[in-house]
Design a protein around this ligand. Structure first.
Ligand SMILES: [Zn+2]
Length: 454
């Protein structure tokens, strides 16, 4: 039973949380697309904003084009095709692009683009794949009205990919890209990561080396008044309890003990009693099988059990998940769980195994600093303040793999909309240009050094 299998079983559920949950943060006033003149911008920044507006029809056309290419994670050809379209765009901007082959982790691969300059390195994170495989009925970009369109992956996260490309285009048009040091990584398997994960995320982690900041363009909470500075990670656990089969009339006798089912129940209730309610921690037993004869298909979260009411159960297996906000919280929780597991009822035994999936992204001081800079950019653009999403609303995403590598990271600054991972996935097209301006001006300011103003 490999990590791959654990992830395969569990990741689709994560992504719903990652991308679709509503923000619970305090909401400032909504930024309007027809925002007021940007009084807080320097001349260069005004030129960047104008360049974004001028290229906006082109950005919308690019979005429609790539949404219409199916790139479900396992449609490897489709993922590569979306990668080829975006690669040509990045080539055109003057970045050195390459395709990282995904054969080693059974996925399409990743698009990586870089350019060197004198400024500090900034990493931009996108992804090429969607949850909609060719078998899905949801395949096409559909314009609903002037300001919205529906389509598979339109906000998760082809809209974010377009923001990356067009922010870079605007920086180039304003004549400031040359001195910037930028790396772009668009993974081909964010929704269903390849295995081993360390291989599947090697290009991303390498690109993060030496970067002062990572900007990830997931749709986040779908609300442009919020951004993500912390995401919970997700791990998985497998509890196995064994007991001493005997006639039920003898249960609890010294030589028979409590049986496997009472033992698993003890452990689960111990988890609940000791750990439930801790902030940002959740754990959930999702499926159990127990009895005299038990089979378990861990990758598919399935199993079968047979037993008799008059026989003390010999085995019980429980599969569950575990979500935490920091690696420290994860380790501490595992410690408590192991401690509970290690005190079995008479004539029973339990073991627990953990498999780590997505890592947590803790709400670091650096991330808060980056959000403050993004918030300042938004205000200077006349687009209103931006606050942090409640981390319990933000699930796992690729940015977490670099959170421990870069001093500052920010996610959820992709295209706004709603209902991702469903056939109602809808983008707020009026936000495409404003969000691209925010990204471009932030990148420009970062390129001038963290401490500097404009
Ligand atoms: Zn996504």
């Amino acid at each position: 039973m490999s990590t791959y299998h654990w992830l395969r079983a569990a990741v689709p559920a994560l992504c719903v949380l990652a991308c679709g949950a509503p923000g619970a943060a305090e909401k400032p006033a909504a930024p309007g697309p027809a925002a007021l003149p940007a009084a807080g911008l320097s001349e260069v920044e005004q030129a960047i904003a104008r360049a974004v507006d001028e290229a906006n029809p082109e950005a919308l056309a690019l979005l429609e084009r790539i949404v219409n290419i199916n790139s479900g994670t396992m449609n490897l050809g489709g993922v590569r095709e979306v990668g080829a379209v975006l690669r040509a765009e990045l080539d055109g901007i003057g970045l050195a692009t390459r395709w990282v082959d995904g054969a080693g982790f059974e996925r399409a691969g990743h698009l990586v683009a870089e350019r060197g300059g004198s400024g500090p390195r900034v990493l931009l994170i996108g992804h090429l794949d969607t949850v909609f495989e060719p078998s899905s009925a949801f395949q096409r970009f559909e314009r609903l009205n002037e300001t919205s369109a529906r389509g598979p992956g339109i906000i998760d996260m082809k809209g974010g990919d377009v923001i990356i490309v067009h922010a870079l285009k605007a920086l180039k048009a304003a004549g400031v890209l040359d001195r910037m040091t930028v790396a772009v990584v668009m993974n081909g398997d964010e929704e269903h990561p390849g295995e081993p994960v360390v291989e599947a995320r090697r290009a991303l982690v390498e690109a993060a080396q030496g970067a002062v900041a990572a900007l990830a363009f997931e749709d986040g909470a779908g609300d442009p008044r919020t951004a993500v500075i912390a995401r919970r990670g997700a791990s998985f656990w497998l509890l196995r309890s064994t007991g001493t089969p005997a006639h039920s009339s003898q249960i609890f006798r010294e030589d028979v003990g409590a049986g496997a089912i009472f033992e698993s129940a003890r452990v689960l209730d111990g988890f609940r009693a000791r750990l439930a309610g801790q902030q940002y921690l959740t754990f959930n037993p999702g499926v159990v099988v127990g009895g005299t004869a038990v089979t378990v298909d861990v990758p598919n979260n399935q199993g079968s059990a047979a037993g008799k009411t008059n026989v003390v159960a010999g085995e019980m297996v429980v599969q569950g998940d575990l979500r935490t906000l920091s690696p420290e919280q994860l380790e501490a929780t595992k410690g408590v769980m192991r401690e509970i597991v290690g005190r079995p009822l008479p004539r029973t035994a339990s073991t627990i195994e953990f498999r780590d999936g997505y890592r947590p992204m803790a709400p670091s001081e650096g991330n808060r600093r980056l959000l403050a800079r993004y918030d300042a950019v938004s205000r200077d653009l006349g687009l209103g303040p931006v606050v942090a999403v409640d981390p319990s609303k933000a699930g796992a995403a690729d940015v977490a793999f670099v959170a421990g590598v870069v001093p500052m990271a920010l996610d959820g600054i992709g295209l706004a909309g709603r209902d991702d991972h469903t056939d109602r996935e809808t983008a707020d097209l009026a936000m495409l240009a404003p969000l691209t301006k925010r990204a471009a001006v932030l990148m420009y300011r970062l390129s001038r050094g963290e401490g500097s103003g404009r």
